[in-house]
Design a protein around this ligand. Structure first.
Ligand code: C2E
Ligand code: MG
Ligand code: MG
Length: 651
């Protein structure tokens, strides 16, 4: 009788496989090709271990009877089949886990990859007649056949090629990932060699189990790639995948979806409801694209961007968006009880035809909604890239830095008319920028960009200073002016030193707080309740500054909110004024004005362009009018001229 084999290694390996399998299921790592291949690996390894144990246990009682020979043979077939199949699966796993599954996605390629395994299958199928791989006899139990080396050679080949593949993709991996992935082939090859010399130690499966532990710890970390809150891939995964796509010069389409009112809806619904809403949209997209039979991945970037990478270049995203939009709009309406909806804008980018630069792709995905015509749902990246705004946006860093360094900003003033006084009592200070290369640049483009890039504060400081200078240099009572409205961005309102700044400027220019009215937007007002903002508003109010809520009607402020905030005025957004063309819009305006008056707010209508709107707004009881009907924003001197001409000041 041969030396007794040591079974403890196998006995330890089995529960490890089962525990990892359980973890995988509990953590819901069952979606996607990588996870599925890993599960296959686990199952195959567990079966291999059981077969190995069964065979060894039977052969401890040599010579064995007929049933024993049969049982040991069956165990051995299972052993060889599952063990070699596992190596093939491991090779496929190498493609999936490195994000290059597309290379073997077609059945033809899979068959080519699996061809060497065919030889193993043939050898095993013919083994009952040839005994080429192994034989099991009653007297000697298991013994190797003359051609078993072919099985080992092919297995080794797969392991070596897979290892080489990991190394060739190592730039996308951290070191611990690479080590964990390679450890599987190294340990298997090592233990097979070891077992060849010390057949009594069955260490192979234990070594495999050990490698699986490394993989589950360092490689398959769903938390790294997925955004658990909404159930899609994360923005980190988007960036990583995008880099890979560009480096490999692959062709894909990206459907970038941007919800233009995401922040407002987030503030309005609260974190939990908002996240549930986004998850439901992502689930719907998932179902819809699955139905479309394209290969896709969905990524989410908070607060309101979704990216879908589509592998099929012939797929018509524009057509799909049109079909889906109706569907999604209808369904999501039901899920948000209040009836408020996220408003999507879609941009389809062909990579690398439209863009092949990583930073530009990221930026376009985040910012395209500021560069498309108002109300346009579906947009082609090529159109956006050809537009003037795109040229500006892609050089925004340079433009802003230059403008700040060379103090290129100018303040314009748009007169605001008071029905009660019958003259222009104030003006909104609006910033202007003319770049030497790009010409006039709208604040609607560069203010949000400056906010994102964190350079809004120096711009805000310039605005505050220049408006104070303007106020100090002009005799307001002579011009019939009462105050100037200054726009504040969120970042400014969150500055602890804002009250101090205004106090210093007031002293420096001899400007009293009653000559300044500060405009905050709905987005800003949503931050109220967050400490500094609240303190600032209270302090500034106590100092004598007044506040307006800008752009009312574009977000989700309700009357209750408005009444709680320390606001003197409400500025009705141009969109509300434009809507007065319709019956509904007219009633909304009438009632908004009435409600606001009831809670003692003064009302400014923005964007008034026609005499009809002017008259209607007067009839409804709106207090102030700002708009092209009276004047566009004017440079300082022209504004002063305008007032001298139109304001007949009596006393
Ligand atoms: P806003 O504060 O709502 O300013 C009103 C915008 O409506 C201005 O656009 C003004 O020119 C425009 N407007 C006024 N009446 C009419 C009209 O009858 N028809 C049309 N079509 N437009 C009209 P502008 O100057 O392009 O500013 C856009 C936005 O940029 C502003 O919206 C404000 O949010 C921001 N902004 C402008 N200047 C500053 C500033 O100094 N600081 C900050 N933080 N933001 C500013
Ligand atoms: Mg404003
Ligand atoms: Mg406004």
């Amino acid at each position: 009788m041969t030396v007794q084999t040591v079974l403890y290694f196998d006995i330890c390996a089995l529960p490890i496989f089962l525990i990892i399998l359980l973890t995988v299921v509990i953590r819901k790592m069952t979606q996607g090709i990588t996870n599925r291949l890993f599960i296959m690996l686990l199952v195959l390894s567990a079966v291999t271990t059981v077969s190995d144990l069964a065979m060894e246990l039977i052969c401890r009682h040599l010579p064995i009877d007929g049933w024993g020979v049969f049982g040991a043979s069956v165990a051995m077939y299972f052993y060889f089949l599952t063990q070699t199949l596992a190596i093939l699966v491991y090779y496929f796993f190498a493609f999936a886990v490195t994000g290059t599954w597309y290379r073997v996605r077609s059945l033809k390629k899979q068959l080519i990859v699996a061809a060497p395994y065919g030889i193993i299958a043939l050898l095993l199928l013919s083994n009952p007649f040839t005994g080429a791989v192994f034989t099991v006899t009653a007297e000697d139990g298991y013994s190797r056949g003359s051609m078993i080396w072919i099985v080992y050679a092919i297995t080794m080949l797969y392991a070596i090629v897979a290892t080489a593949y990991f190394f060739s993709n190592k730039r996308y991996m951290t070191l611990e990932k690479l080590v964990s992935l390679v450890s599987l082939s190294v340990l298997i090859v090592g233990s097979v060699v070891f077992q060849y010399f010390y057949p009594q130690f069955l260490v192979e499966m234990a070594a495999t189990a050990f490698a699986f532990i490394l993989i589950i710890l360092f490689v398959l970390r769903p938390e790294e790639r997925t955004d658990a809150s909404v159930g899609s891939l994360s923005v980190g995964a988007y960036r990583a995948d995008l880099r890979k796509i560009l480096e490999m010069k692959r062709h894909v389409q990206i459907a970038a979806v941007s919800f233009i009112n995401a922040r407002q809806l987030y503030n309005y619904l609260g974190e939990e409801n908002y996240t549930a809403y986004i998850s439901s949209i992502i689930r719907q997209l998932d179902t819809l694209f699955t139905r479309e039979r394209v290969y896709f991945d969905i990524y989410f970037e908070a607060p309101g961007n979704i990216y879908v990478i589509i592998e099929d270049m012939n797929y018509d995203v524009g057509d799909c968006v049109k079909r889906m939009y109706a569907d999604i709009a209808r369904r999501s309406e039901k899920e948000v009880t209040s009836g408020e909806r996220l408003i999507p804008r879609v941009c389809c980018i062909s990579v690398p035809d439209d863009l092949n630069d990583f930073d530009e792709l990221i930026r376009l995905g985040q910012e395209f909604s500021a560069q498309i015509p108002e109300g346009s749902l579906y947009n082609k990246a090529s159109d956006i890239i050809a537009s003037r705004d795109y040229g500006i946006m892609s050089h925004m860093d340079q433009i802003l830095n230059r403008a700040i360094a060379e103090k290129k900003f100018r303040m314009y003033y748009q007169p605001i008319y008071s029905f009660e006084r019958g003259r222009f009592v104030s003006a909104e200070a609006l910033i202007r920028l003319t770049d030497e290369d790009y010409g006039f640049i709208s604040p609607a483009l560069f203010i949000p960009a400056a906010e994102r890039k964190g350079v809004i504060l120096p711009i805000g400081d310039f605005v505050l200073e220049d408006v104070h200078r303007f106020i100090s240099e002009n005799d307001f009572s002579e011009l019939g002016l009462e105050y100037i409205e200054i726009n504040l961005s969120v970042a400014q309102c969150l500055q602890e030193e804002l009250p101090e700044k205004l106090a210093v400027l007031g002293d420096k220019y001899g400007v009293t707080p009653d000559k300044v009215n500060l405009e905050i937007t709905e987005t800003t007002s949503a931050e109220i309740g967050t400490g500094i903002m609240e303190t600032n508003l209270e302090m500034l109010s106590a100092m004598g500054y007044t506040f307006s809520l800008d752009d009312f009607g574009t977000g989700y402020s309700n009357m209750q909110r408005v009444s709680r905030l320390p606001l003197k005025m409400i500025k009705l957004d141009k969109s509300l004024v434009d809507d007065m063309e319709s019956e509904d819009g007219l009633s909304i305006m009438r009632n908004t004005v009435k409600m606001m008056r009831d809670i003692d707010k003064e009302l400014v209508a923005e964007g008034v362009e026609t005499k009809e709107h002017l008259d209607t707004l007067e009839e409804f009881g709106c207090h102030f009018i700002q708009g092209y009907y009276f004047s566009k924003p004017l440079p300082e001197e022209e504004f002063v001229e305008f007032l001298k001409k139109h304001n007949k000041v009596s006393a």
